[in-house]
Every structure is written in structure tokens, then in C-alpha cells.
Design a protein around this ligand. Structure first.
Ligand code: G1P
Length: 296
């Protein structure tokens, strides 16, 4: 079985929830402290051993590829000014030559369709999908854990968390084979349903936008019709593969921020700001002042 070397980042969305901020700036480039949201996902993929990065993008979002390019004049200026930490941060953001592929999705036809748009860049290897809106923080990064599980179990692996029953309608939800205990970290599944109504949900285990999938899913996606919301759903193709490729959920234990929503984005900025030694003291002071008044 080949190693997981490639990752798809679906980044074609319009980011309407952040308008007017996203009128000219792709939502994936909105910063959490001083790094764009998309960079967190790219770094998580890199830490999991990913070497080829495939962005499925759309019209008007070319700033994303510039962000992951080198910027030699900027590097030169920073070097001359002896701003070496910033220089390193700028260099570290780049994806090395030839390891970034841009693919276009012409119209918003769903996540399954977006992934299928990258079929030629994937071939028949297993690959990862990361939805960059989901910013995850854990001691051991989420995708790394999933890649390890996939190497052992094969098939499809998705990251899940337990959500409130009323929230199942927002997610792809697992149908587990066995009853779960709090200690179950890897969960075999016999199905997966996209955005089920709370009373129809087979469990409360919701997919949080990290997938490791067999290359064969590309041909499955080519045959997958419209599902929930009238879109081609990745969830439906994963479910159809189950007889041929097992499906497992890996329970994610860490902090998760839904940066596709204004609230989740603000929370991520607060949490990552508080985790930064250079920012935390002043941020805490400012937060106290806002919450309890200047004397708080
Ligand atoms: C997508 C997937 C869904 C998944 C979710 C995680 O939905 O279709 O299965 O649970 O991402 O963020 P979206 O939020 O794009 O509607």
C-alpha cells in the first residue's frame, strides 16, 4: 500500500459569511493572529508527511498561490533590516518548488465535486483532504494521527468529534458498527450520512473536515449524483465505497475552531493569541478591560 503523500485543499468557496471582508481577499487568507487560516491546514498536512499540495480553487482567488510562493524582494528587505525572525516566518510559509498544484472548480457543485476536480493530480494513490475552515490544534496534529491509522487499517479514515444531537444536521455523521465507549478512539463504521436530521442521525459522531481516502474514490465521485443540499457530497462517495474499502472514524481530541463562521474565527484568534507568549499578557489585559471595565 502506498504512503499518503498528497493532500487536497478545497478552497473554491466564496466566503459569503465574511462579506464585505472577503470581497477581494479569499476567506482562506483571513489571519488567525498572524497566519492565514489556510496556512494552519498546510502546516498540519506537512507535519503528517504530505509532499504534494493541491488547491481546488476558483476565479478571483489567486492571492492564495502568492502566499505560498517565495517573495524574494520582501525576503531581501527583511534581511537588510535584520528582521530575521520575520524572514524565517516568511520563508517557512512557502511551499517548495513544484509541490503546489492549482486546480479550478468552475461552479460550486459540492465538496464531492471539488475533490473530483483534483482527480488527475491524485491518480490512484491514497490521499488526504483538509477543509481549511476547520482549524485544529492538538499536541499530535489530527492528520498525522489519521495517516497512522490508515496505514494500519487501510480504506477510508475520517476525523470525528461528538456533537449535540440537534447539530447533526450540519455535518457528515458516522454510522458506527459497535456501541461506543469513552475510550474508543478508532471507530469502525458501516455507513455515513450527510447532514441527517437529529432524529435520523445514526450517531452523534460528526466529521470535522479531515479525510484520508483511497484513490479509487475518484471514480466513485464521477458516478455520484446530487445528494444533500442538491450538491455532490463526498460523504455519499465514502459511504458507497464501504464494501470495498473499510471506513473508520478517528476521534479527535484537541481544540477545534470553525473558522468558516465569524464566531469560530474570533474564538480562534482569541485562543491562538492567548497561546502566544508575546501577545498573551497585553491581550488578557485588553480582554479584562472589555469584560469588566478598566479596573477589572
Ligand atoms: C462539509 C462536509 C461535512 C463535514 C463538514 C465539516 O460540510 O460536507 O460532511 O462534516 O464539512 O466541516 P460543509 O460545512 O461544507 O457544509
Amino acid at each position: 500500500m502506498s504512503r499518503v503523500r498528497k493532500a487536497i485543499f478545497p478552497v473554491a468557496g466564496l466566503g459569503t459569511r465574511f462579506l464585505p471582508a472577503t470581497k477581494a481577499v479569499p476567506k482562506e487568507l483571513m489571519p488567525v493572529v498572524d497566519r492565514p487560516v489556510l496556512q494552519y491546514a498546510v502546516e498540519e498536512a506537512r507535519a503528517a508527511g504530505i509532499e504534494e499540495f493541491i488547491f481546488v480553487s476558483s476565479m478571483g482567488k489567486t492571492a492564495m498561490e502568492d502566499h505560498f510562493d517565495r517573495n524574494l524582494p520582501l525576503e531581501e528587505t527583511l534581511e537588510k533590516k535584520n528582521k530575521l525572525e520575520l524572514l524565517q516566518a516568511v520563508r517557512d510559509a512557502a511551499i517548495p518548488d513544484g509541490q503546489l498544484t492549482m486546480v479550478r472548480q468552475h461552479a460550486p457543485k459540492g465538496l464531492g465535486h471539488a475533490v473530483w476536480c483534483a482527480r488527475h493530480a491524485i491518480g490512484d494513490e491514497p490521499f488526504a483532504v483538509l477543509l481549511p475552515d476547520e482549524v485544529l490544534h492538538a499536541e499530535k496534529p489530527c492528520l498525522g494521527q489519521m495517516v497512522e491509522a490508515q496505514e494500519e487499517l487501510g480504506g477510508s479514515v475520517i476525523a470525528v468529534i461528538e456533537v449535540e444531537r440537534e447539530d447533526t444536521k450540519k455535518y457528515g455523521v458516522l454510522d458506527p458498527v459497535d456501541a461506543l465507549t469513552d475510550e474508543t478512539d478508532v471507530i469502525a463504521a458501516k455507513g455515513m450520512i450527510e447532514k441527517p436530521a437529529p432524529d435520523a442521525a445514526p450517531s452523534r459522531l460528526a466529521c470535522i473536515g479531515r479525510y484520508v481516502l483511497p484513490g479509487e474514490i475518484m471514480s466513485e465521485l464521477g458516478k455520484t449524483g446530487k445528494g444533500a443540499g442538491g450538491e455532490v457530497q463526498l460523504t455519499d462517495a465514502i459511504a458507497s465505497l464501504i464494501g470495498r474499502h473499510p471506513l473508520h472514524g478517528v476521534r479527535f481530541k484537541g481544540a477545534r475552531y470553525d473558522c468558516g463562521s465569524v464566531l469560530g474565527f474570533l474564538e480562534a484568534n482569541m485562543a491562538f493569541g492567548l497561546a502566544r507568549e508575546d501577545v498573551a499578557p497585553a491581550l488578557m489585559k485588553a480582554m479584562r478591560a472589555h469584560l469588566f471595565g478598566a479596573k477589572g
